[in-house]
Write a protein that binds this ligand. Sequence first.
Ligand code: LLP
Length: 426
Amino acid sequence: PASTRTRPGGDLAVGGVGLAEAADRFGTPLYLLDEQELRARARAYRAALPHAEVHYAAKAFLCSAVANWVEEEGLGLDVCSVGELQLAAAAGFPPQRMLLHGNAKSPEELRLALRLRVGRIVIDGLAEIPRLAALTVADEPQRVLVRVLPGVAAGHHAAVRTGVAGQKFGFPIEGGDAAEAVRRVLAQPGLRLAGLHCHLGSQITDPEPFLAAIDRITALLAGIRDEHGVELPELDLGGGHGVAYLPGDPELDLAEYARLVTARLAAACAAHGLRVPRLLVEPGRAVVGPAGVALYRVLAVKHGTDGRVFAAVDGGMSDNPRPALYGSRYTARLVGRASHAEPVPIDVVGRHCEAGDVLVPGAHLPADLRPGDLLAVPVAGAYQLSMASTYNLVGRPALIAVRDGRARQLLRRETVEDFLRREVGR
Ligand code: LLP
């Protein structure tokens, strides 16, 4: 985070809280969230896109404090499960400002969303249309968006590229599936079609795919106007805004994105004689990723026969599955003490029982790295704790918020007692 400072003696402080001190107080592995950094990122979205609605994608990471922070900064919330929906609602997030996603929404989810009066539901499949319509009435129609596939491929890994046909989400524009979904939604008096949605993929650093998507979606909007005589008032361009994990990595430039997207939408609408729809965006990673830091303690240092050095830490693929799942790259940095030893490549590995449990291959770390040392991994706020597992019955780490030199615990560490408590039979 921007608040990171080196302290005399070699410790690093984030949000004014020393990492060594935080490790002593809360234990490791530990995740830190810099509240001011997250809030500043949320605010930057509002400032860059003053006429858009910005929905924070809860899937990147959600807890009650984060729900409150993004709410206070004026963002909406994209949720995709009963868990996200109920946790946010319990934290006081207004359901009217939520948008429900999902390719497999359960009857329970739909009923809860309607009961809480969630602002928008994103339709992802044909069968969902009559199912949702059966739960609504014409005097109180549910506002919905239809998720379309513009046929634009973007994102850091095949597993997250969702803007093209041949994967489970949405309706392809090409071939007419999207137009058919729109027809069926418009035929339901209990559903009010507000607009179209697309989500191209995640960790996109170039604005160009978003512009291509705008062109294809506005053409569909014009087709809908011609066929039905309605101009849909909303267009949700999804999230996927990329951040830098390594020094020198590109990241999506928010100001440039805002400028290009706004201009392209205006031009494409003008070309079709359409009114410009209200824009919605759903960033997750770009709001929370750089605000997070993971902190581990080195438990063992091993010198392999081939000259490789492994530093095994007390976390791993259970708290950060991204390297194992997608080959995602990170950096690691020694904190808590100064070292003048020469930096050498060291594989930072986890504690789990798989050779693939490598958090940072070839990290540049001092040659005198030893057990007891602390390693910080920055840009750890998105899709780490939210995707954490209890593999090997390793409890999920604690999370603290740091701000103005103060640390407060948001999530406690998961313990063996938690595992035992889940067991209801043998
Ligand atoms: N909207 C929708 C409909 C989404 O599916 C997603 C992410 C977002 C918004 C937010 O995307 P973001 O701005 O965070 O990129 N676990 C993967 C990323 C999966 C993204 C899933 N959908 C990873 O760790 O790279």
